[in-house]
Design a protein around this ligand. Sequence first.
Ligand code: HEC
Length: 403
Amino acid sequence: MLVSLLLACATGTATDSADAQIDPSVPTWGADVAPIVERSCSGCHHEGGLGTGDFTTYAAARPMAGAMASALGASRMPPPAMDPTCRSYVGHERLVLTAEETALVTAWAEGGAPEGDPIDALTPPSISLDGADVEVTLPIAHTVAPDTDGNEYHCQVLENPFTEPTYITGFDVLVDQPAVVHHTLLAIDYGGDAGAGSGESDLTDGWDCRNPIAEDDWGILHAWAPGMEPTAFEDGGLLVNPGDQIVLQMHYYAQPSDVGTIDQSGYRFRTAPKVTHTIAMAPMGPTGFRIAAGEVEDATEDYLNDYNVDITVYGVFPHMHTLGQGYESTLQNADGSTTCLARANAWDFGHQMTYLYDEPAIWHKGETLTTRCTYDNTTDSTVTYGEGTNQEMCFFLFYYGVN
Ligand code: HEC
C-alpha cells in the first residue's frame, strides 16, 4: 500500500482515493513476474552471471523493468532459441517465453512495476544430471587470454577415464567461471593426434583452437552454451574407447575486467557399459557457399538418406556464425508432407546449444533432409564458407542412431 501511494504521488496521478491507484489488473513482481524471471532469466541475470544486471530481487530488478520489457518486445531476450512449435524439445519452457508471458512482463513494466506481496530472493535454476558417475576437468587450470575481440578458443586433451569401451548416456558441463565461459565443445579424436590440425605438437598446456575449431578426424560428443540443460539419453549413448583422446574446447568471452580469470571447467558424464541404441553425432550442411557484400542470402543443402536404413534423429545443435539470421531444417517425407526438425527466426552466435527432442524423429530411407540458413552480410566484402568466425557455416549437427 505504502509503495503504491508513493508511486502514485511521484507520478502525479494521485486522486482522492488512494485505492484507485492500485490497479488490480497490473501484474505484480511477487505474483506474476518473478516466476517467469526466475525460470527464464535469473540463470544468467544474477550477481556474477553472464547477463547485464541482477534480477534476483525486486529491489535490483525494478530499475530494469523498462529495459526488460523492451528486450522482450524486440525478441533480444531471452537469447534466441529454436522455435518449439517446429519441434518440441527438452527445456523449451525455460528458453522461449510464450506471447502471454511476454505480455505479462510488459504490462508489469508499463504499469509501474509494482512489487505486490514481498517474496524471497529468486534462486537461479541449477539443473544437474541424474546418475552422473564420472567427472573430468581440464587437466591444467587455464588463464583466460582473449584476442582483441574478447574471444578465446582453448583446447585441452582430458584424461580418458575409461578402461573398457563405455557409452556416455548423459552430459553435464561443470562451469567453473560462468562470467567467461561462453560455450564448450566436447570432441573425440580417433586418430590420437589432437592439436595437429592447429599445427601443435606439444600439448602440455593445451592449445589455441580457433581455426580450425574442429579437426577433420574428430567426432563430436557434445556442445553446450549457457542456459542449456544437461543432455541425457533415455536408452542410448555415445561410445568412447579406452585409447580415444577426449578433447574439450572452451570458448571464452571475456570483458577486459575478466581477462586473467583462471578457469578449470569440465564435464560430468553418466555412463553405461551397454546401451540399447548406439548414438553418434554428425554434421550436415552446405559448404563452399559465398554471401555477397551487403546482401541477405540463403545457403541451402539437400541430403538424401540413401543408406538402406531409417535413421533416428534424437536432437540437433544448429550452427551458424555471426551473420546468421534464420535457420530451418526440414524432412521432406515420402508422402509429400514435411517434418520440421529445427527452426530459428532470430540467431545469436553466442547462444548456441543442443536441442534434444521430446520425441525422436525418423528420417526414413529415401527421404531428403533440407537445411537452409539465411545470412545478412553487413560487411563490405564477400563472406565465404569456412570455420573462421569471420566466415560462415550452416550446420545441422545432429545426434542420430540406426538401431
Ligand atoms: C543465457 C543467458 C541469458 C538469459 C537466459 C537471459 N539473458 Fe538477458 N542478457 C544476457 C547477456 C549475455 C546480456 C548482455 C549482452 C547482450 O545484451 O546481449 C543480457 C542483457 C540483457 C538486458 C540488457 C541489454 C538489452 O538487450 O536490453 C536485459 C534488459 C535483459 N538481458 C533481459 C533479460 C530477460 C528479461 C530475460 C528473461 C526473460 C533474460 N534477459 C534472459 C544473457 C541472458
